[in-house]
Design a binder for this molecule. Structure first.
Ligand SMILES: Cc1ncc(COP(=O)(O)O)c(C=O)c1O
Length: 429
């Protein structure tokens, strides 16, 4: 599958209903910010406000941006990506890979010259003057959060057009600096972080200088026991990781793309946006139709954005459940590397160059769908991604992984899958 989240195809193949699929392949918040009954008041007869005034106001309150910057809304961030690249018509495109596949898709259709820079080992590689650069932060499919300051300076010095996709940024917390989210919430809950108990080190937070090459060291050394610490125990409140939004005012070739479907747990509500310099948005808008968004989508999203308690709740829950998911993946012994993700998903690499499709086949008996990442540039089929889901789902995943490991370590009669050395298991059942 090219994307995560195709539960319909998967369910059809298994002969079950889509809602019976346990979907770890799409990175959607399991929490929801809105009671659907609010949609009963929505007027469907008139056309919606073509300027999307109330929704834009709600977005600006949630994601403040200074004057000189404007916003354009789209039916999801994927539509925003296509519209922006069609509008910019870049000749030289530089994609920091691995990254969300739709960038390469539209670039291919447009016949752009695409250069991939591997974020893991050539982050600071040279880029062509006046090229268009694309960076997803936190990145997919590994969830690594980057401090982009050094790269932004480099791109600006090369007179590049810059596209930053922050669709997963709301899940990430900055240890120091960043915006204080507690001010946005009326009831800020105790902040929680998952710490490595045995090592007692800070949560992993790569920067632009830390190009991620030591991820394997971090994950392979990850200790079996983890603890959840709360603010009451002496940690600082969680802060949102920094957005590049404010920097648009100082560089008029900087574009920020954001999906609202991930954090607000509503991939069925199609809203995403682009922030850019006012003149750049005016140019983009010339090619956009009126009434792109439905009244239902807008009403839902306005309610979601108004729920400020949801921000801290989600961040707290994601941090906790990501720790739990990490533990389950680690305990299975199937993986030799778990990337230190800062978003609502984790990327893991199967030990001994295992086959992600084989793992998927085993998980099908439990109707569990995962994302094999071989169609991400610079990854292969040993890389699999798991969304952070609720505790019950993670427990079911743990049970299924244990069954696979049990079968893999039982004496073989038909095929010989000799047991690997160390604590990692071969995926050979
Ligand atoms: C990095 C990134 N940007 C954008 C999108 C598209 O989001 P939307 O659902 O709003 O189209 C995705 C979807 O997975 C994504 O991973």
């Amino acid at each position: 599958m090219n994307h995560g989240g195709n539960i319909y195809q998967f369910a059809q193949r298994l002969g079950c209903l889509p809602e019976q699929v346990l979907d770890f392949s799409a990175n959607i918040n399991p929490l929801q910010a809105v009671d659907l009954s609010c949609l009963q008041q929505v007027q469907l007869t008139p056309y919606a406000d073509p300027d999307y005034g109330l929704l834009k106001q709600a977005i600006k309150q949630r994601y403040p941006y200074p004057s000189g910057i404007d916003i354009e809304l789209f039916n999801g961030a994927s539509a925003a990506i296509f519209a922006l690249l069609r509008n910019l018509q870049p000749k030289d495109l530089v994609c920091y890979a691995p990254l969300y596949g739709e960038y390469a898709h539209i670039a291919g259709e447009m016949g752009c010259k695409v250069q991939y820079i591997n974020r893991f080992n050539q982050l600071m590689a040279d880029i062509p003057e006046r090229s268009t650069v694309i960076f997803v932060n936190p990145s997919t499919p590994d969830g690594q959060l980057y401090d982009l300051n050094e790269l932004l300076a480099k791109w600006q010095a090369a007179n590049c057009t810059i596209i930053i996709d922050e669709s997963f940024l709301d899940f990430s917390t900055a240890r120091d600096g960043g915006r204080d989210c507690s001010r946005q919430s009326s009831a800020f809950p105790p902040s929680m972080e998952v710490r490595s108990a045995a090592m007692g080190r800070e949560p992993m937070r790569p920067t632009a200088k830390d190009d991620g090459r030591d991820c394997s060291r971090q994950s392979s050394a990850f200790p079996p026991s983890m603890e959840v610490r709360s603010a009451a125990m002496g940690t600082k409140p969680m802060r949102c990781a920094d957005s590049v939004a404010e920097q648009i005012a100082g560089y008029d070739k900087l574009y920020l793309i954001k999906s609202l479907s991930k954090f607000y747990g509503c991939a069925g509500i199609r809203i995403g946006f682009i922030l850019a310099a006012t003149a750049a948005i005016k140019e983009l808008r010339r090619f956009e139709p009126a009434w792109k968004l439905s009244s239902l989508d807008m009403a839902y999203m306005q309610q979601a954005l108004a729920n400020t308690d949801f921000i801290a709740q989600t961040r707290q829950q994601t941090t906790h459940l990501r720790g739990l998911l990490h533990q389950v993946l680690y305990d299975s012994g199937l993986f030799d590397k778990i990337y230190p993700g800062q978003a609502n998903f984790l990327l893991a690499r199967l030990a001994n160059q295992g086959d992600g499709y084989q793992l998927q086949a085993h998980l099908e008996t439990a109707r569990i769908l995962i994302r094999v990442c071989d169609n991400f540039a610079s990854l292969d089929k040993s890389h699999v991604r798991f969304a952070v889901k609720d505790e019950q789902a993670i427990t079911r995943l743990a049970g299924s992984l244990q069954i696979i490991v049990g079968a893999a370590t039982r004496p073989r009669t038909v095929r010989d899958c000799s047991r690997p050395s160390g604590r990692s298991h071969n995926l050979c059942v």
